[in-house]
Design a binder for this molecule. Structure first.
Ligand SMILES: NC(=O)c1ccc[n+]([C@@H]2O[C@H](COP(=O)([O-])OP(=O)(O)OC[C@H]3O[C@@H](n4cnc5c(N)ncnc54)[C@H](O)[C@@H]3O)[C@@H](O)[C@H]2O)c1
Ligand SMILES: [Zn+2]
Ligand SMILES: [Zn+2]
Length: 346
């Protein structure tokens, strides 16, 4: 089968690889119909993710059809359409039972990391019963792909951890797919204002279309002053960090109002200064989270009803045979005006 394989820093190829086989009774083999790329894949290709070894098939998002199911899989049968969660969950360990499947003792984020992933014609999914979701008949397949990772990430790590409430002023730093997913799902709670902060005017325009009430282009380094001016010097109730660099966490620290929540979503590669000398008295809550993907069934219902329309995040489409071009486009996202790219193999 064709698969996108990591061959060490800066090197990848669309290779012929053996089709995966069932290893445990709880495994399923899924024939991938649609997958996508994530900034995490770009981090892996830079050599930043040490757990990924050479020869690994990348990808942790996608949908497909059950090709084979182990004898221990009871929920799914050959031919069922399924949504693959970026988090593999055994459903039984202490962390899974606490709803913290990201730290599952037997799974967590393993797809396209420590086991082969979804940018291929087939993938082996361990603990299939608790790591896959059925796709209802009427579902829009491309929208479903957005439920593997970015929607639960924006919602769980950003909106839920940030405790967005009706009437709140929310700032989201980073208008990439994850920040935009937070923007879409924050609106479940009717915040009064959502300020979107990014360096890229095109992404800010997208944010405006998706419901942001105010936009800040922070390339002049004045995001804090601008956000404070927009809130009459008060600051924001919720600041969602969806970039993953010290400067953007610093913006969140600079604009948070007393009693506010800073919800970190971004993956940080270097240490970030924490300004407790200012924040200690401000009744601030700071949260971190690796997506647990426990809200996927809830989000799926909102997509089916049309209340949540994640298709709007898809900008490009490629067949699997052109996945190298998909990487070129996604890797130059600002120039190509790319958000999510759909890779199809049918
Ligand atoms: N916590 C989790 O479980 C989890 C899961 C998935 C992704 N993530 C992380 O979420 C973050 C966002 O993901 P994404 O796919 O949207 O990434 P992305 O790279 O597409 O988007 C990041 C956005 O931040 C903007 N940006 C960069 N530097 C900035 C700066 N200094 N000031 C303002 N804006 C700036 C970019 O223009 C871009 O629009 C990444 O760090 C990703 O690794 C976390
Ligand atoms: Zn991802
Ligand atoms: Zn578990």
């Amino acid at each position: 089968m064709k698969a996108l394989v990591y061959h060490g820093p800066q090197t990848k190829a669309l290779d012929d690889m053996p089709k995966p086989v069932l290893r445990e009774a709880t495994d399923a083999i899924v024939r991938i119909t649609k997958t996508t790329l994530c900034v995490t894949d770009l981090h892996i290709l830079k050599g930043d993710v040490r757990t990924v070894s050479e020869g690994r098939i990348l990808g942790h998002e996608g949908i497909g059809v059950i090709e084979e199911a182990g004898t221990g899989v009871s929920r799914f049968h050959i031919g069922d359409r399924v949504l693959i969660s970026c988090i593999t969950a055994c459903g039984m360990c202490e962390y899974c039972r606490r709803g913290m499947c990201s730290h599952c003792e037997k799974g967590g984020w393993i797809l396209g990391n420590t086991i082969d992933g979804t940018q291929a014609e087939f993938v082996r999914i361990p603990w299939a019963d608790t790591s896959l979701h059925p796709i209802p008949e009427e579902a829009d397949e491309e929208a479903m792909v957005m439920l593997s990772d970015i929607l639960p990430t924006g919602y769980e790590c950003g909106v839920l951890n940030g405790c967005v409430k009706p009437g709140d002023t929310v700032a989201i730093v980073g208008a990439g797919p994850v920040g935009l997913a937070a923007l879409l799902t924050a609106q479940f709670y009717a915040p009064a204002n959502i300020i979107m902060i990014d360096l890229d005017d095109h992404r800010l325009d997208v944010a405006k279309r998706l419901g942001a009430t105010r936009l800040i282009n922070s390339s002049d380094g004045k995001a804090v002053e601008k956000a404070m001016a927009m809130t009459s010097g008060r600051g924001v109730d919720v600041a969602i960090e969806a970039v993953g660099v010290p400067g953007t966490f610093d913006i969140c620290q600079g604009i948070i109002a007393p009693g506010g929540h800073i919800a970190n979503v971004g993956v940080h590669g270097e240490s970030v200064p924490l300004h407790l000398e200012r924040l200690w008295s401000q009744n601030i809550t700071i949260t971190t989270r690796l997506v647990d993907a426990v809200t996927t069934p809830l989000l799926l219902k909102t997509v089916l009803s049309g209340r949540l329309q994640p298709r709007q995040l898809i900008t490009h489409r490629f067949p699997l045979s052109e996945i190298m071009s998909a990487y070129d486009t996604f890797g130059n996202a600002a120039r190509e005006r790319a958000l999510k790219v759909i890779v199809t193999s049918e």
